[in-house]
Design a protein around this ligand. Structure first.
Ligand code: NAD
Ligand code: MG
Length: 384
């Protein structure tokens, strides 16, 4: 029996993780649930999965819930609560399904407590890849990818020596605006972004998929997960989202992982790894697949992708700045304050103005993150 802590249980990945757990009650149980604020969904989850600890980052919501579950379930709040959620002694695996840089401290705490990390929260690895992977190595902790592309690569790499790998081919759906030109992109709104062709996801990653910042974040995520150089990571647009990513080996052979676009598959693999379990997420029917197509991403239009490569290659705190500026810009776009194309402008502005320090300590990253958030907020204010 593997006991799972879910950070971000009420979101898209969190709820799909609970579906996987519910379908395999003899294999998994829920030790911890956490969410940003209380809602009826979280209460349903508590009733159904009976976790030992529940954490809400919103303090007043946690107080209300604590009254309701007094004497039955331990309820904690705030960032300290989230750290408790990450290190709960009963958990074997911590599945990080919260959004953004907020995942960094709890992920580091879980690693120090020697929990296996099932990582969905890619922003953490983007912002602090060196620190997180170093901590994982020192603590002999595995970081198992949940992101579908990285899960695909991870699956392809089973039994493969990294010295045999020439490059990783990250596939991208291209997002809902793949065929639009710059002029057309000026007027797209939030509701247009949220109509993603193949995946249904949380709001932030849905906007990231439309700007291709998501693919940029994934390039940096892959660099750290698989310890490869940026020259060894290629992005290829595959609008059908059936090939979830590929690995090219030094002898020219290419390995790919295919499946229907359903996040429960990589989630389940992260939880059962290195074993597999039967699942009923739907199966590929090759007699019905008309074609697989591939194209180059248009980085003149979707500049967030090339800026992610640039930030990654510069290294240090640049990826952290890229991520922070993007987080703030996406929030502003979602609340109707800025236009779609402003998101990339705001990232550009932060990357151009950032003055790197030599060290990549946690303290330096926290400072860079705060600096970029402030800078992005100023840029947004000047636009509105
Ligand atoms: P979501 O917005 O649907 O859910 C986020 C969850 O985290 C919610 O439970 C929310 O209450 C909680 N949360 C949000 N902000 C928080 C904070 N500051 N502190 C604590 N809890 C917080 O998001 P999602 O789409 O499930 O994505 C989660 C993560 O997984 C992201 O990093 C995303 O990039 C990654 N991811 C998602 C998908 C997908 O299909 N949704 C695929 C690959 C990777
Ligand atoms: Mg992905």
């Amino acid at each position: 029996m593997r006991h799972i802590a879910i950070l971000g249980s009420t979101g898209s990945i969190g709820t799909q993780t609970l579906q996987v757990i519910e379908a395999n009650p003899e294999q998994f149980s829920v030790s911890v649930l956490s969410a940003h604020s209380n809602d009826s969904l979280l209460e349903e989850q508590i009733e159904k999965f009976r976790p030992e600890l529940v954490v809400l980052t919103d303090k007043s919501a946690a107080e209300r819930l604590a009254k309701r579950y007094k004497g039955k379930t331990r309820i904690l709040s705030g960032e300290e609560g989230l750290i408790e959620a990450a290190i709960h002694p009963r958990s074997h695996i911590v599945l990080t399904a919260l959004v953004g840089f907020a995942g960094l401290r709890p992920t580091l705490a879980a690693i120090s407590a020697k929990k296996t990390i099932a990582l969905a929260n890619k922003e953490t690895l983007v912002a602090a890849g060196e620190i997180v992977t170093k901590a994982a190595k020192e603590n002999h902790v595995a970081i198992i990818p949940v992101d579908s592309e990285h899960s695909a690569i991870f699956q392809c790499l089973q039994g493969i020596n990294m010295t045999s790998v020439r490059k990783l081919l990250l596939t991208a759906s291209g997002g809902p605006f793949r065929t639009l030109n710059k002029e057309q992109l000026k007027t797209v709104g939030v509701s247009d972004c949220l109509k993603h062709p193949n995946w249904s996801m949380g709001k932030k990653i849905t906007v990231d998929s439309a700007t291709l910042a998501n693919k940029g974040l994934e390039v940096i995520e892959a660099r750290w997960l698989f310890d490869v150089s940026y020259d060894q990571i290629e992005v290829i647009v595959h609008p059908q989202s059936i090939i979830h990513s590929m690995v090219e080996l030094i002898d020219g052979c290419v390995l790919a992982q295919l499946g229907l676009p359903d996040m429960r598959a990589p989630i389940q693999y992260a939880l059962t790894y290195p074993e597999r379990s039967t699942a009923n997420f739907g199966r590929l029917d090759f007699s019905k697949i008309k074609s697989f197509t591939f194209e180059q991403p248009d980085t003149d239009i979707f500049t967030a992708l090339s800026m992610a490569y640039e930030a990654g290659r510069k290294g240090g705190a640049f990826p952290c700045v890229f991520n922070a500026a993007n987080e703030i810009a996406v929030q502003a776009f979602l609340s109707g304050k800025i236009e779609f194309l402003h998101i990339a402008d705001i990232i550009r502005s932060s990357l151009n103005a950032f003055e790197a320090s030599d060290s990549v300590t946690l303290e330096a990253l926290l400072q860079a993150d705060a600096w970029a958030r402030k800078r992005a907020a100023e840029d947004i204010a000047s636009l509105t």
